[in-house]
Design a binder for this molecule. Structure first.
Ligand SMILES: *Cc1c(COP(=O)(O)O)cnc(C)c1O
Length: 229
């Protein structure tokens, strides 16, 4: 199947998941995760009509970013070392992996120094508790959220998580539900003068469960770009 065909199949699965949960497909943005793939694949994704691209390492994305630039909305989805902030700042519209204060402070400092808009960030949470996962423990969310409120160049747009790698959609669903509840709690605490609206959750193996549980961004690699390079 070509890119258009795969995307059409994904769209119809998203629509079905939306019907089952009383949501609208427009509420769900597909991020094409093109890590490990070529510039050609990223171009094919855009030609098929997607606008959002997810990458997790600056070294790998650099040639794609230089060729594509603002024809795409760029999402940084990998763990971000503080000393790599200088490479991604101003280039990625969204950082999905904000999980510690030192990283937030560096993003805040660089964005301020460059006179950029506040950096749109997802707080990455380790909901499943697997110790291999990056992300903050949910118990630490409120304190971290309050610390971020002190940083004028950080804008918390949402929460992000990864489901357990094994166990499929059934073990993923409670993790997604919990992330939605954590977003609700965060909004009830009124830490920010704005609502935190987004949920970045769901990958190739579990995106329908994520959509049913309220995902607004799903991050799709394999199911979309297959084993193409
Ligand atoms: C690689 C990756 C994805 C995409 O994974 P697939 O299972 O191939 O869809 C999504 N999110 C993150 C954080 C990733 O690193």
């Amino acid at each position: 199947m070509d890119m258009e065909g795969r995307l059409a199949a994904i769209r119809s699965r998203i629509e079905a998941a939306c019907r089952r949960s009383g949501r609208q497909p427009e509420e769900v943005t597909v991020i094409a995760v093109t890590k490990y793939t070529s510039l050609e694949t990223a171009e094919a994704v855009l030609a098929a009509g997607l606008t959002d691209i997810g990458e997790n390492r600056w070294q790998d994305v650099k040639p794609k970013w230089e060729a594509i630039g603002d024809r795409a909305v760029w999402h940084f989805i990998g763990s971000l070392q503080t000393n790599k902030v200088k490479d991604v700042i101003g280039k990625f519209a969204y950082i999905h992996s904000l999980d510690r204060l030192s990283l937030a402070e560096e993003l805040n400092r660089k964005a301020g120094a460059l006179g950029l808009e506040p950096v749109k960030c997802f707080i990455q949470l380790n909901v499943s508790g697997e110790d291999t996962k990056h992300g903050l423990a949910p118990e630490g969310l409120e304190e971290f959220a309050r610390q971020l409120a002190e940083l004028p160049y950080i804008r918390v747009v949402g929460l992000m998580t990864m489901a357990p790698l094994t166990g499929g959609p059934d073990s993923a669903r409670p993790v997604f539900r919990r992330l939605r509840e954590l977003r609700e709690q965060l909004n009830e605490q009124q830490i920010y003068p704005y609502a935190v609206t987004e949920l970045s959750m769901g990958m190739s193996g579990d995106f329908e469960a994520a959509v049913e549980e309220g995902a607004t961004y799903i991050r799709l690699g394999t199911v979309l770009v297959g084993s193409q390079s």
